[in-house]
Design a protein around this ligand. Structure first.
Ligand SMILES: NC(=O)c1ccc[n+]([C@@H]2O[C@H](COP(=O)([O-])OP(=O)(O)OC[C@H]3O[C@@H](n4cnc5c(N)ncnc54)[C@H](O)[C@@H]3O)[C@@H](O)[C@H]2O)c1
Length: 330
């Protein structure tokens, strides 16, 4: 296969980001773009030279065209039917996180894709960061006790974000990236306890009518190897922001700071090593996915669906713990 025929379902913000990477590659051609908002699909057709076709219904699109792979970039509550339609047709896909808001649905999708041997990838692009490779390599033989981390900021603009039933809340929709990074760096979690609060965000004053997600939360995750990770999540900062989000890793003989998508700083007896992120990790994420489709070899994909399912389980367990007030064993 010289060129991989690509289609998109969902042509909003993150889809545009993936498309900007694919447009830098000469081994991709575009066959279809689908969005329930027709102008969005049409604008992607125009961006890619006008030969692909725009659709408002993915079922109609999949009757008319046969892509080699599909990017699924719809809001979190829209998953299920789309994936099963692709699996029925043996079409590989890259799906954005969170892959669903219901664990059982995601598990069914995962099993069905695996039964058919379909290549899958999930949009945890931070796993492809060069600075994360440095940190992962550095800590591989280190003893780690505590890790703290945060993703605290404001409320994203998309309409579906502010409601639990359409986004799953900030841990599930956004901080899932750091929960996934914790798994990528420290292994599998054994138990999680989380607590959340509301009352800072005034939905009317903040211009987010219908807002019902938590304003802030703190989750304590005990990993099987004994590492304890505490992750803060918040969306109520309106002024005075700018503190680093990311992770702080505490070893007896070193500390490692991961500034979210921007740097890794290691301090130990040799002084300080500082690595600045110069690259958009999504470029690598998309190259790896397209290459997997071309070669049929998915081994370079750092977040296949089966692995991402464990992260989804973890963030949904955080929500469960918040709701019940009890720790959840994983
Ligand atoms: N990996 C990342 O860093 C990252 C960043 C942002 C968003 N995301 C994820 O990507 C997903 C989409 O987020 P976004 O910011 O692009 O949202 P968005 O609202 O900008 O785009 C989603 C698009 O999907 C379309 N859509 C909805 N239902 C559809 C359907 N049935 N068929 C076809 N199109 C449909 C909408 O009209 C919209 O244009 C979310 O799951 C989000 O969590 C990931």
């Amino acid at each position: 296969m010289d060129k991989v025929k690509i289609a998109f379902i969902g042509c909003g913000g993150i889809a545009g980001w993936h498309l900007s990477h694919l447009l830098e590659q000469d081994d991709v051609e575009y066959v279809g773009f689908c969005d329930i908002i027709p102008e969005r699909a049409e604008s992607f057709v125009q961006r890619t030279g006008g030969t692909a076709k725009a659709y408002t219904d993915f079922r109609v699109m999949l009757e008319e065209i046969t892509p080699d792979a599909v990017y699924i970039c719809v809001p979190p509550h829209v998953h299920g039917e789309i994936e099963f339609a692709l699996i029925d047709r043996n079409i590989p896909f890259l799906v954005e996180k969170p892959m669903a808001l219901d664990y059982e649905l995601a598990e069914k999708i995962c099993n069905a894709a695996e039964e058919k041997g379909i290549i899958t990838a999930v949009g945890f692009q931070d796993r492809y960061l060069g600075i994360i490779e440095k940190a992962k390599e550095y800590i591989k033989d280190k003893q780690i006790g505590l890790v703290t981390g945060s993703w605290v900021g404001g409320i994203p603009g998309v309409w579906w974000w502010r409601k639990m039933e359409t986004s799953g809340g900030q841990i599930v929709e956004q901080n899932i990236h750091l929960f996934d990074m914790a798994r990528y760096l420290f292994g599998e979690p054994a138990r999680i306890y989380a607590s959340a609060g509301k009352g800072i965000v005034d939905p009317e004053a903040a211009g987010v009518p219908g807002y019902d997600v938590d304003d802030y939360s703190s989750a304590v995750i005990t990993f099987k190897n004994g590492v304890i990770v505490t992750l803060l999540t918040g969306c109520y900062i309106v002024e005075g922001g700018g503190m680093h989000n990311g992770l702080n890793i505490y070893c007896p003989d070193a500390t490692i700071e991961y500034g979210l998508r921007s740097f890794v700083r290691i301090r130990d007896k040799n002084g300080e090593q500082f690595y600045k992120n110069e690259f958009d990790s999504g470029i690598t994420e998309d190259k790896v996915f397209i290459n997997a489709i071309k070669t049929g070899d998915p081994s370079a994909i750092r977040s296949p669906y089966r692995d991402a399912l464990k992260t989804l389980r973890l963030v949904l367990a955080a929500n469960e713990s918040i709701a019940t007030g009890k720790p959840v064993d994983l």
